[in-house]
Write a protein that binds this ligand. Structure first.
Ligand SMILES: *Cc1c(COP(=O)(O)O)cnc(C)c1O
Length: 461
């Protein structure tokens, strides 16, 4: 097909939207390691997880074998309100860069929560509702997940209790008010409302909180309240599964025009958008049908893949959650406060960790001023104001396109544009004022996090 025949935006018809999620674990030879019970070091069973998670979601979490899982009609109906999301040919960016590369991005920011997180929020809220629960608890860092979940809960009539990392609670009052508009209650974390919160506050008075602390509080709140369960916006297998709607739509849109990507790029915090975007393509690679290059992009200030250890670790600071085997900086790792770009979780999806470990995916880390530079370049030509998280992928997509300019290769690059940055204007302001710095932790800085990794005996690792 001639280049000019490819439209700026490739949309799918409603009936072309995915009816099933794709479970990449089914095609992985080396399955991701199971979650372990921190007390017994035995794999967490369905029964072990029931006090914390919704029943149907536990089944999805533990299912390493079923390749396709039906998306319930109710969830598909909700998806139709804001999906399919467009796959955009970045003609203007290509022109600006004067690259022979063809660049596409899948834009997930076209909903009020402003990111891809709504794709999993609606699924998790749906299964909670179906189980007859009263409500769910969760944590939120930058606020996108809390916003997405509060929207989903409002739609289904579920109570939503959000523990928001204290520094974000204070720095992003508008995020908080969006959540309250959708009926969620928002508590700054650490708080006095949980045992673990009081303990953390006693040990670290004046702490501005972290995702790991907020997770501990949300889990405690769920397990101490009748009719509540805990839900999580990233990292878990189930979240990655729901996010495959991104990759499935992307693949369907590309297939419509006979486009085969060479390189697929995404930012990685806990790994859910990247995992969701690459899954269907990774499936082809795992089955030996086609080869692709996959690149995970992470901040140099929170480099889980590129400098982390592949080990069992706690998912939270309070050590109440199961152990997960992943690339991690240690649950005690807290990124520097001058890190503005999101993606600050210490660990990474077990699925992506295994794929990376097996050499099926690459990872690069980038410094935050270069990320904001890329964000600005992108905004000025493509119009969309990108989230700082998403801009990590933009940065590397631009780098790859510039390499093509040198070599003359007409590669096709696809990247995930996970969301918009309207609530990140303090970070943009810092960048514009030249006050943004590139903090990169030294090995010394990373050591305490690694020293705090749990000791899991050889046979159980
Ligand atoms: C949460 C978030 C991310 C990172 O989370 P993943 O689970 O790694 O996808 C990236 N971009 C945006 C806009 C987000 O809200």
């Amino acid at each position: 097909m001639k280049q000019q025949e490819i439209p700026y935006k490739i949309y799918l018809e409603e009936e072309e939207m995915p009816k099933q999620w794709y479970n990449v674990r089914a095609d992985m030879k080396n399955k991701p390691a199971p979650l372990l019970n921190p007390a017994t070091l035995k794999p967490m069973s369905y029964e072990d997880l029931r006090p914390v998670f919704c029943d149907e979601l536990i089944k999805q979490e533990l299912d390493d074998d079923t390749p396709y899982i039906d998306i319930p009609q109710e969830i598909r109906d909700f998806y139709k309100m804001y999906r399919p999301s467009p796959l955009v040919r970045a003609y203007c960016l290509e022109k600006k860069l004067q690259t022979p590369a063809k660049i596409y991005y899948k834009f997930e920011g076209n909903n009020t929560s402003g990111s891809h997180k709504l794709n999993s929020a609606i699924a998790q809220a749906y299964y909670a509702k179906k189980q007859g629960l009263k409500g769910v608890t969760t944590e939120t860092g930058a606020g996108q997940w809390g916003t997405a979940l509060s929207m989903a809960c409002a739609y289904l009539g579920l109570d939503c209790q959000v523990y928001m990392v204290k520094c974000s609670y204070e720095q992003k009052p508008f995020r908080r008010e969006v959540m309250r508009t959708y009926g969620a209650s928002v508590t700054p974390s650490p708080s006095e409302t949980t045992e673990i919160g009081r303990k953390i506050l006693a040990e670290h008075p004046g702490t501005s909180g972290s995702l790991g602390c907020a997770i501990s509080e949300a889990v405690e709140a769920a397990t101490h309240k009748e009719g509540y369960r805990y839900v999580l916006g990233s990292v878990l297998n189930q979240v990655l599964l729901h996010q495959t709607v991104i990759g499935l739509e992307t693949k369907a849109a590309l297939d419509k025009y006979g486009i085969v990507p060479d390189t697929i790029i995404g930012c990685a915090g806990g790994g859910s958008n990247l995992g969701g975007l690459i899954s269907p393509f990774m499936g082809e690679k795992l089955r030996g049908e086609r080869d692709y290059r996959f690149i995970a992009v992470e901040p140099a200030s929170c480099p889980s893949f590129t400098r982390g250890k592949f080990a069992y670790d706690f998912c939270d600071t309070g050590m109440v959650c199961p152990l997960a085997k992943m690339y991690t900086l240690g649950s005690g790792f807290i990124p520097s406060p001058n890190h503005a770009g999101g993606l600050r979780y210490h660990g990474m999806s077990s699925i992506l960790s295994q794929l990376y470990h097996d050499g099926l995916m690459e990872a690069v880390s980038v410094e935050q001023t270069s990320v904001f530079q890329a964000a600005e370049t992108f905004a000025r030509v493509e119009g969309i104001l990108p989230a700082p998280e998403s801009s990590h992928a933009i940065k590397v997509a631009i780098d790859e396109a510039l390499k093509c300019k040198e070599t003359g290769e007409e590669k096709t690059i696809v990247f995930g544009l996970t969301g918009t940055g309207y609530f990140d204007m303090y970070a943009y302001e810092k960048f514009h004022n030249g006050e943004m710095t590139d903090y990169i932790p030294t090995d010394e800085d990373l050591k305490p996090g690694f020293d705090g990794l749990p000791n899991v005996p050889e046979g159980k690792r």
